[in-house]
Design a protein around this ligand. Structure first.
Ligand SMILES: C[S@@+](CC[C@H](N)C(=O)[O-])C[C@H]1O[C@@H](n2cnc3c(N)ncnc32)[C@H](O)[C@@H]1O
Length: 239
């Protein structure tokens, strides 16, 4: 009987057409306990565990009633939202096609398109109380370019959250370490009572991804209700 073919330490040969990097990816997938757990639990992605871990720590989903899932495909996060907030209305968006999920409205379109915010709001039927973004730009292999492209998505997601969230709502987004994070944090701190960074255990240690968790949204005052001479942007950070 062969003892060398178990799951615990699979090696992938990269002969033939497979490139070294795709062989490394496949080997990591085969050896990754979260991939196996996701399959066993029926989640479409190992990313589902990142949201589970974030929710266990920050209590995001229990009271959520309207949730936006930016970068929904293949659907792991929305599956978790369905389980943990069964009464919530959920709308997701992705460039890629996403197989249907019971109880979730899925838009296949570019979140950066001008029409996207209105399409999301119309599908949701009211202000979200939770905006999730797990969006990541396709990497081109140039670290700074990849960073800027993903941070562009996150900043647009933050603007969307600030423009649409109900008072007290929350925003969770994947960010990449390095460079533009400070500007994003400053923006969030002006609009949320608490802003924290987290690296959930399911996030691979070698990756530069983090999650920013902003809670207790404070909507900007309408211009006609601001004290004279005060600018919303000039408010001090709360946290
Ligand atoms: C890491 S995956 C999301 C995984 C998902 N949270 C899950 O649990 O299954 C990132 C997704 O962001 C999407 N994405 C990237 N740029 C986008 C854009 N401009 N508009 C919409 N989706 C985008 C990608 O197509 C990809 O499916």
């Amino acid at each position: 009987m062969s003892r060398g073919s178990g799951d615990s330490d699979r090696r992938v040969r990269h002969a033939g057409k497979r490139t070294a990097s795709s062989a490394r990816w496949l080997e990591r997938q085969l050896n990754d306990p979260y991939v196996r757990q996701a399959r066993a639990a029926g989640y479409r992605s190992r990313a589902a565990f990142k949201l589970i871990e974030l929710d266990d720590r920050f209590r995001l989903l229990g009271s959520a009633r309207r949730v936006v899932d930016l970068g929904i495909a293949p659907g792991g996060w929305s599956q978790v939202v369905r389980q943990r907030a069964p009464g919530a209305r959920i709308v997701g968006i992705d460039l890629l096609e996403t197989a249907p999920i019971d109880g979730v409205t899925i838009l296949q379109m570019d979140f950066m398109a001008d029409a996207a915010p209105a399409a999301l709001e119309a599908a949701l039927g009211g202000a979200p109380d939770l905006v999730l973004s797990d969006m990541a730009a396709n990497t081109v292999g140039h670290k700074q370019t990849d960073h800027l492209r993903t941070m562009g998505l996150v900043e647009t997601a933050a603007d969307f959250a600030i423009a649409t969230l109900a008072p007290g709502g929350a925003f969770v987004a994947k960010v990449l370490a390095g460079g533009t994070d400070a500007a994003l944090l400053a923006l969030l701190k002006r609009h949320f009572a608490t802003v924290r960074h987290a690296k959930p255990p399911a996030s691979r240690k070698g990756s530069s991804e983090w999650y920013v968790v902003a809670q207790r949204f404070k909507p900007p005052l309408p211009a006609d209700q601001r004290p004279e001479g005060a600018s919303q942007e000039a408010e001090p950070a709360a946290d």
